[in-house]
Design a protein around this ligand. Structure first.
Ligand code: ATP
Ligand code: MG
Length: 184
């Protein structure tokens, strides 16, 4: 095999990752979705169903994080905006392509853990469906409790592992997507 062919084959085996820090406000969900779509498209994924599934998982996990650490719904008027940049009200979205699976991971500072509905929420339920959707779209999902630099537990990461599309739809692009935040 010629060197350039071997090099491009090897590049396609290298894991790649992107991350975005979000402020825990409702528009974090829309920004997270747009970032996910731009990243996967920038990585060369052209399968619309795969990208839509990943966006939906991002949407559910970021929504849960906003609910956990964001200001009370409808009370933004009383929020001091500087406080929103406090570590505890930030959310981090990670997209990791191991080349065998896509991991969507969302960190928030709340120590409370996800509580999936025991029997699975009804389709027409008004709440309790999000983690069921994540479970349905992923190979598996879960959470872990990371440590900070001082050895203390620091919130949690909720993650979902999505299967990659079966067709060879990924290019060798290793650069990040040319992402821009959507207009307000
Ligand atoms: N990041 C999180 N931090 C703290 N608690 C969480 C988090 N994610 C989920 N939970 C808990 O798990 C429960 C179930 O989450 P799930 O997403 O399935 O339903 P929901 O958010 O209550 O409603 P829906 O997603 O249908 O609007 C939540 O009500 C919440 O108590
Ligand atoms: Mg939810």
């Amino acid at each position: 095999m010629c060197d350039s062919l071997k090099l491009s084959r090897d590049i396609m085996l290298i894991p790649r990752a992107e991350q975005l820090t979000l402020v825990a406000l409702p528009n974090a969900v829309r920004i997270g979705r747009a970032y996910c779509k731009a990243t996967l498209t920038g990585w060369g994924y052209r399968d619309d169903d795969f990208v839509a599934d990943a966006e939906l998982v991002v949407s559910e996990l970021v929504t849960n994080a906003v609910n956990a650490v964001g200001p009370e719904r409808g009370s933004h008027d009383g929020v001091r905006w500087g406080e929103l940049l406090d570590h505890s009200t930030l959310i981090r979205l990670f997209l990791v392509d191991t080349r065998r699976a896509l991991f969507v991971e969302v960190w928030d500072s709340d120590p409370r853990l996800p509580q999936p509905s025991a029997e699975g929420a009804q389709f027409d339920a008004e709440s309790g469906r999000g983690l069921g959707i994540v479970a349905a779209l992923s190979r598996h999902w879960g959470y872990r409790r990371p440590y900070d630099a001082n050895g203390r537990r620091n919130g949690k990461v909720v993650f979902a592992e999505l299967p990659l599309p079966t067709s060879t739809t990924s290019t060798t692009s290793t650069t990040g997507a040319a992402w821009r935040p959507p207009p307000p």
